[in-house]
Design a protein around this ligand. Structure first.
Ligand code: FES
Length: 156
C-alpha cells in the first residue's frame, strides 16, 4: 500500500497543494481511504495526520470505511422525492437487504442517499458509481440491479 501511495504522490510532484486530488486518487484506488494509506500519505507528503483526517472526514465524497464495488446513490431531494424517490429507495433497501448508509458484507454494494444532484428535471435519479439513471421506476431500477449482478425478485 505504501508503494501505491508513493506513486500517487509522485504523480502530483509531491506537491502538498494537491492533497485533495491525491486523496481522490487514493480513494479511487482502494474504493475508500484505508487508515494505512492515510498514514503513508502523511509520512511521504510531510503533512500532519490531523490535517489529512480533517479533510477525509470533512468532504462527504471521502469515506474512511470500505465501500462496495457498486455505490448506489438515490437522490432524495424535493423534486426527486415527489416523483417517487422514496419508493425507489425502499425497493433498493429490500432487494439489497441494506439500509441507506450501509455496505453489503461481500463489499459488492453500498447504498446511499443524497439531497439534490442538481439535475432535478431527470428525477427520480439513481446514480451507480458515476453513471446517472434518470426518471427511474421500480422496473428500471430492477434492470439496473440485474446489470450489476444483484438478485432481483421476478415479480417486483
Ligand atoms: S432533487 Fe433530485 S436532482 Fe434535484
Amino acid at each position: 500500500m505504501e508503494e501505491k501511495v508513493k506513486s500517487i504522490i509522485e504523480k502530483y510532484g509531491s506537491d502538498k497543494s494537491f492533497i485533495i486530488p491525491i486523496l481522490q486518487d487514493i480513494q479511487r484506488e482502494f474504493n475508500y481511504l484505508p487508515r494505512e494509506a492515510l498514514d503513508a500519505l502523511s509520512r511521504n507528503l510531510g503533512v500532519p495526520p490531523s490535517l489529512i483526517y480533517h479533510l477525509a472526514t470533512f468532504y462527504r465524497a471521502f469515506s474512511l470505511n470500505p465501500k462496495g464495488k457498486y455505490r448506489l446513490n438515490v437522490c432524495m431531494g424535493t423534486a426527486c422525492h415527489v416523483r417517487g424517490a422514496p419508493q425507489i429507495a425502499d425497493y433498493l433497501e429490500r432487494t439489497l437487504d441494506l439500509k441507506a448508509g450501509e455496505t453489503s458484507k461481500n463489499l459488492e454494494y453500498s447504498l446511499e442517499t443524497v439531497n439534490c444532484l442538481g439535475a432535478c428535471a431527470l428525477g427520480p435519479i439513481l446514480v451507480v458509481n458515476d453513471e446517472y439513471h434518470g426518471q427511474m421506476t421500480i422496473a428500471k431500477t430492477a434492470k439496473v440491479l440485474e446489470g450489476i449482478g444483484a438478485k432481483v425478485e421476478a415479480d417486483e
